[in-house]
Design a binder for this molecule. Structure first.
Ligand code: ZN
Length: 303
């Protein structure tokens, strides 16, 4: 089992304290003027995370949204923080007009190439496939990209990480990926579940064997932010501490800690981990930040 980082494949335990969902670089048509595109600022953010005890960041920025693969490699070398990059495709509205139609016909092939050969013109390989579901149901774009992700998974064994629109439709994603397309649930990371704080649904998803990823808090002070520890506690009480992952999901320059207004990536360790430790215990915090990500992002690579 290996985790595919931007500096090469490593043993799972090499990850250490991990932010399981974040962005050092990101550019979306939905967030004009707020790009994460500054290498100095990204380096400072990774450095601040390292100073707080952080050892690995999993960047969920998919194809076409400014991943900066070569810069990720440089930042990892400079800061000593392991970084996993992604291939995959986001929801259509994140791209400029026409972009998705241009890549649509060769999507699985594109994902496989970025996982096994390199992202864009680099030799930096992606270590996960990030795709998106729909709002409450899977729309045609979501279904198409999820099918391509499953095909790329079967060719490579890569983990698949899902953006759920406002946290919804995670059950529909598992119906398609796991029940219909035979992706093992242990290869599926369900993201943004904090944005849909339905404890019963979360327990069902955990029971189906997938990874449950929570993130935040957000700069927007989403109504779901204060529900985060309730969601985690309910899953821990139900026996699913070994399924949980946590990330910061910093998507705008303003939200960086080192160069913006925060909360940013270090917040996970300076604020959130101590609270999780107090409420749920050091073992649960250790599982969420260390042992679970090492298992979730490691795989037997086929190529
Ligand atoms: Zn994200």
């Amino acid at each position: 089992m290996r985790v595919r980082t931007v500096l090469g494949d490593v043993a799972p335990q090499a990850l250490g304290v991990t932010d399981a969902h974040d962005h050092l670089f990101f550019r979306s048509a939905m967030l004009p003027g707020q790009d994460l595109d500054d290498e100095v600022a990204a380096t400072a953010e990774a450095q601040a995370f390292a100073a707080a005890g952080g050892q690995a960041i999993v960047q969920w920025t998919p194809h076409g949204l400014n991943r900066r693969a070569a810069a990720l490699q440089q930042i990892s070398t400079t800061t000593g923080v392991a970084i996993v990059a992604a291939t995959g495709l986001h929801r259509r509205e994140h791209y400029p007009d026409g972009y998705v139609d241009n890549v649509r016909d060769r999507l699985a092939e594109l994902f496989v190439r970025e996982l096994t050969t390199g992202i864009a013109e680099t030799e930096v390989k992606a270590g996960l496939i990030k795709v998106a579901g729909g709002f409450h149901i899977l729309d045609a774009h979501a279904e198409f990209t999820l099918r391509a992700a499953a095909e790329a998974h079967h060719a490579t064994n890569a983990p698949i990480a899902i953006h759920h629109e406002l946290g919804s439709a995670a059950d529909a994603v598992l119906d398609l990926l796991v029940d219909t397309l035979h992706v093992p649930p242990t290869a599926v990371v369900l993201g943004h579940l904090n944005r849909f704080p339905d404890h019963r649904l979360h327990r069902e998803l955990a029971n189906r064997g997938a990874w449950l990823a929570f993130d935040g808090p957000s700069r927007a002070n989403n109504a779901t932010d204060p529900r985060l520890t309730d969601c985690l506690a309910a899953l821990v009480d139900a026996g699913y501490a070994d399924r949980l992952l946590i990330g910061g999901d910093t998507t705008t320059a303003r939200a960086r800690a080192a160069t913006g207004e925060g909360p940013g990536i270090p917040y996970l360790l300076t604020h959130l981990r101590p609270r999780i430790t107090r409420y749920l215990g050091a073992d649960v915090a250790g599982a969420m930040f260390e042992t679970n990500p090492a298992r979730a992002f490691a795989t037997e690579w086929r190529a």
